[in-house]
Design a protein around this ligand. Structure first.
Ligand code: PMP
Ligand code: GLN
Length: 387
């Protein structure tokens, strides 16, 4: 199960999320590893899914591109939030989570040997999707600077070669919690235009942005809509990570190859949930604000708690995740944590190509009492990491 016949998955093994969630169950630990909330989404969305099932909407194969109601709702969402215009018929594809959208975009737009530029630490499916198509990843490292994570523009420029095909961007960024600024996006956009590269932009945390910051889709920058594939999903926005409803928005000539791949990966998925998310996306702006406010409050409880315990914490601007710097051997630290302390976290090493093993990622999208219990466990005796 760890590879495929072509050997393209040899380097990957089991995903860290499956491994760590299993360890949490085995040891009875608090699971701050895999990023999923411990409360379900808003009742109006849950009820809409139940109603769809009962009323026989989506129980049989939905249309290949996704149900028209959801495609239209995605268009309205993109327009209301960002002023982006997409045509529901030709420019929106509903996928089985963002994960499928990312995989289909990479498989649809790269040939073996093409290079894909992405930023490390990166979400784990990126490397696997790039490898599955026989493409090659080139990573640009994000580093902490002035309380957030950013890249060196020269390193980004140096990553472009004659084989570069696309830049896979993620903002707001997992695991660092960084929201790319307009200036950073402009650097990416300039490079893409100069070298005729596509952008695949993963924006699944678009609504989990804190402290009044703004998420900027790179497709809104001048001249970028025509070369950008924008991807998002309902999992984070509606706290239903198990539903796996995602979407891809792009001009028809970019969406075509994505659709061609997607139809043979899953054809379609998540029938009744598509109806529920179409309703969800019609939520008023206050819904999105409250979601971010509630999560920011939990970020503060957790990161303040870690700071009080003496951990070196990087305060995220967005997402579900906070990172601490343990200096070295973070992977060993994470592997000892469940057994010795009763908490599960993710060693960020798995998100790097470079040999960087000092960061640990915690998911704080949990109930306040769960976070407080995790903090009290972390306050216990110092972890013994064997070398
Ligand atoms: N991109 C990023 C950056 C993620 O953290 C995740 C995990 N939720 C995904 C994509 C996958 O999203 P989905 O569950 O909708 O497939
Ligand atoms: N996106 C979530 C995370 O980064 C979980 C994804 C998964 O389980 N594959 O933790």
């Amino acid at each position: 199960m760890t590879t495929n016949r072509a050997g393209r998955l040899d380097e990957f093994g089991t995903t860290i999320f499956a491994e760590m969630s299993a360890l949490a169950l085995q040891t009875g630990s608090i699971n701050l590893g895999q990023g999923f909330p411990d409360t379900d989404g808003p009742p109006f969305v849950l009820d809409a899914a139940i109603a769809a099932i009962r009323e026989g909407r989506g129980n049989q194969y939905p249309p290949g591109a996704g149900i028209p109601e959801l495609r239209r709702a995605v268009c309205s969402h993109q327009h209301a939030n960002y002023g982006l215009e997409f045509d529901a018929e030709t420019e929106v594809l509903i996928t089985v989570g963002a994960t499928e959208g990312i995989a289909a975009s990479i498989l649809g737009h790269t040939a073996p040997g093409d290079e894909v530029i992405t930023f490390e630490p990166y979400y784990d499916s990126y490397a696997a999707s790039i490898a599955l198509g026989g493409a090659i990843r080139r990573v640009v490292t994000l580093r902490p600077q002035d309380g957030r994570w950013t890249f060196d523009p020269d390193e980004l420029r140096a990553a472009v070669t004659s084989k570069s095909r696309l830049i896979l961007l993620n903002t707001p960024h997992n695991p660092t919690g960084t929201v790319f600024t307009r200036l950073e996006l402009q650097l990416v956009a300039d490079l893409a235009r100069e070298h005729d590269l596509l952008i695949v932009s993963d924006e699944v945390y678009e609504h989990l942005v804190f402290d009044g910051r703004q998420h900027i889709p790179i497709a809104t920058l001048p001249g970028m809509a025509e070369r950008t594939i924008t991807i998002s999903s309902a999992g984070k926005t509606f706290s239903v990570t198990g539903w796996k409803v995602g979407w891809v928005c792009a001009p028809p000539k970019l969406l075509g190859p994505v659709r061609a791949v997607k139809q043979f990966l899953t054809y379609v998925g998540s029938g009744p949930f598509q109806y529920a998310i179409a309703d969800g996306l019609a939520a008023p702006p206050a819904f999105y604000r409250e979601l971010a406010t509630s999560l920011a409050a939990r970020r503060d409880i957790f990161t303040n708690g870690l700071l009080e315990l003496g951990y070196q914490v990087m305060i995220p601007q967005a997402t579900y995740f906070a990172t601490i710097d343990v200096g070295a051997e973070a992977e060993k630290w994470c592997r000892a944590l469940p057994e010795q302390v009763g908490v599960v976290a993710i060693p960020s090493r798995v998100f790097y190509d470079s040999d960087i093993d000092r960061y640990v990622r915690f998911a704080f999208c949990k109930k306040e009492e769960v976070l407080r219990e995790a903090l009290s466990r972390l306050a216990g005796p110092q972890l013994q990491v064997s070398t």
